[in-house]
Design a protein. Structure first.
Length: 284
């Protein structure tokens, strides 16, 4: 009988080949999507720089804010789904993607003021915000200091303090993202040779900001979900739980089998969570 089983296994392998190992999706970095055709797009004069933006669909406004080093194209999967129900606005943060920058040091308060100025330019008084990483921190900054401009906040992979950031140096996925972001910077930026200087400036911000206390977080009264991935390479789980515990009424969501790049690795799961949030969480 053992010989028969061995022969059957050998026959299966000869017929179908050795099963290929498939890495878990949290260890993959799927391609950066493209954005669909916009209703309108362009450059807005904001705080002495030019912010690139694009608008899709119709309905209640939803603003998508990307992470550090990235650009608005990373939201391509979500825009395609959300534009069927909402007016979706994306933007490239200052110095990222197609947007320009000046000599001012990067800071979350400054980048939050860019978002508000773009909303003013587009005539948007209040919007739901969906943020990833730096975009989520900017969303929290706006909710903290300008709550009248945010109807609700979906904050994915934020940190409240530099101590909440993990060491990403040995993460193949994160290092692949940094390399990819450099190629995208060369293609999109008006200063294509300055990626290293750009990364150095952003890194200074990451090393020093934000520094929010329990009291700071308790000042957020905008309906908020604090969201992260169960395999996030960059954010420590205890900091995610700390933020959710100290923002009054905040929801805590941990997405399974994904990392800091959840919206690329499992876009259906990420988008379904955003749609559920937008549909079921009452606006501020």
């Amino acid at each position: 009988m053992p010989r028969l089983r061995f022969c059957l296994l050998a026959l299966v392998l000869l017929t179908f080949g050795t099963p290929a190992y498939s890495a878990p999706q949290w260890l993959n970095l799927p391609p950066t999507p493209t954005l669909p055709k916009a209703v309108k797009s362009g450059f807005a004069p904001v705080n002495g720089i030019k912010i690139w933006y694009a608008v899709f669909g119709r309905g209640e406004p939803v603003l998508l804010l990307h992470g550090g080093l990235a650009n608005a194209d990373y939201w391509g999967h979500q825009v395609r789904a959300l534009q069927q129900h909402y007016q979706v606005i994306v933007m490239d943060s200052r110095g990222h993607g197609r947007s320009s920058r000046d000599a001012q040091p990067y800071g979350y308060d400054l980048m939050a003021s860019d978002v508000l100025a773009l909303m003013d330019h587009l005539g948007i008084k209040k919007a739901a915000i969906v943020g990833w990483s730096d975009g989520a921190i900017i969303g929290l900054d706006i909710a903290m200091h300008h709550p009248e401009r945010v109807s609700k906040l979906f904050a994915f992979a934020a940190n409240s303090d530099p101590s909440g950031v993990a060491d990403i140096a040995k993460s193949d996925v994160f290092n692949a993202f940094i390399a990819r972001a450099g190629e995208e910077y060369k293609r999109l930026s008006s200063t294509p040779t300055e990626y290293k200087a750009f990364v150095d400036q952003i890194t200074k911000m990451w090393e020093s900001q934000p520094h929010w206390t329990e009291a700071d977080l308790a000042n957020i009264h905008v309906p908020t979900w604090i969201v992260d991935a169960d395999h996030d390479e960059a954010i420590k789980r205890e900091n995610t739980e700390f933020m959710a515990a100290h923002i009054g009424g905040a929801g805590l969501l941990i997405q399974p089998e994904v990392s800091h790049f959840s919206f690329l690795q499992d876009p259906q799961q990420f988008t379904d969570d955003v749609l559920h949030f937008l549909e079921h969480v009452p606006a501020h």
